[in-house]
Ligand binder design. Structure first.
Ligand code: UT7
Length: 339
């Protein structure tokens, strides 16, 4: 028994922000952003769009790709939920017309897609669900200080979704071997300090003190994170390959989390995956956290570069710290461009 991928979809909000757009209000340049990160533009939420809207659009496309109108559970991986409580997944399920199915959110930042795949696979393996709609959705630019040049250029908004069903381990689309890990001792390398139970607003009932404005936004220590990202993704991807009994030469596509093109290339180089097998779309979307890997897969599948029978190695790393990798043989499914 295995969880098998049967549909995929993605959605980007229409508003594009180029590096030159950012350079009008930030002390930065197109050249710095492109050479240090690989990003040329990113999409951002505007006109009232938020995480739930992106998730509904991506979910609609994934259900269409799978050719189904009902599932047993909806899981949303997000680090930018609509609100602290409740989770956004029940609202997404309701808006998709999925009635009263099981629905919950999962928070694992940029590794959310890998943790979510494992969780959705677990729901299927336990017999709790026959089919799961799993969506990575982020409006994370709303949590980034747009006056901070060290973080504002890096992130983008979007959503990617997959539908999984119960099937056999030797079928194309079956989720293969996983590796998941974390290091909470380094949580402060990438964190939003305020908004949770530890740091509430000055008006909070228990009066936890005045929260400085900056604490409501993302804080990132880029350099040490970069080093951790390369080490952890490489190690994790190697472990997943070993568990799947795949050689590096078996990998047709390395689909790594798009945090920085230099990180993706460094991991691929460490592993010996040649450039032509490294999937990249960060130039168009930036870092979309939990939406990153499914948007990447959707892009490559929609334009026919990712084909049925090809072997894919997925890997991601992010806040927590947390990371994960998995192997997957691509199934014969339809994918449409994100628009
Ligand atoms: O999603 C998963 C978690 N996130 C990551 O894994 C991110 C990992 N880190 C990175 O991708 C990179 O560290 C960054 C892209 C964030 C930064 O690149 P970097 O090559 O590590 O640059 P840096 O932070 O060391 O900064 C180099 C210089 C500094 O100036 P000085 O001190 O050398 O004079 C910065 O102040 O670049 C400056 N700088 C900028 N200059 C122009 C920082 N941000 C900018 C900017 N425009 N936007």
């Amino acid at each position: 028994m295995a969880a098998v991928l049967m549909g995929i979809g993605g959605f980007l909000p229409p508003k594009a922000v180029t590096n030159d757009d950012l350079a009008r209000t930030l002390d930065t340049t197109d050249d710095w952003i492109r050479t240090r990160t690989g990003i040329r533009e990113r999409r951002v939420v505007a006109d009232g769009l938020s995480t739930g809207d992106l998730a509904v659009e991506a979910g609609t496309r994934a259900l269409r790709s799978a050719g189904v109108s009902a599932v047993d559970a909806v899981v949303v991986a997000t680090t930018s939920p609509e609100r602290l409580c409740p989770a956004v997944a029940p609202e997404v399920a309701s808006r998709l017309g999925l009635d009263t199915v099981a629905a919950f959110d999962l928070t694992s930042a940029c590794s959310g897609f890998l943790y979510g795949l494992a969780t959705a696979g677990g729901l299927i393996a336990s017999g709790t669900a026959e089919t799961v709609l799993f969506i990575g959705a982020e409006a994370f630019t709303t949590l980034v200080n747009q006056r901070d040049r060290t973080t504002a250029p890096i992130f983008g908004d979007g959503a990617g979704a997959v539908v999984l069903r119960r099937g056999e381990a030797d079928e194309p689309g079956a989720l293969g071997a996983f590796d998941l890990g974390s290091d909470g001792a380094l949580a402060d390398l990438l964190a939003i300090p305020a908004g949770g139970a530890r740091q509430r607003s000055a008006e909070g009932g228990l009066g936890h003190g005045t929260v400085p404005t900056d604490d409501w936004y993302l804080r990132m220590q880029g350099r040490p994170l970069y080093t951790q990202a390369v080490e952890r993704m490489t190690q994790s991807a190697r472990t997943a390959l070993k568990r799947a009994a795949w050689a590096v030469a078996d990998v047709d596509w390395f689909a790594g989390h798009q945090a920085n093109i230099r990180i993706v290339q460094a991991v691929a180089e460490e592993m010996g995956v040649p450039d032509e097998r490294v999937a990249v779309n960060i130039d168009q979307v930036g870092n979309t956290l939990a939406a990153s890997v499914p948007l990447l897969l959707n892009d490559y599948a929609a334009r026919g570069d990712l084909r049925a029978g090809q072997r894919v190695l997925l890997s991601a790393f992010g806040a927590g710290l947390s990371w994960g990798s998995a192997t997957l043989t691509w199934p014969d499914i339809k994918a449409e461009p994100v628009g």
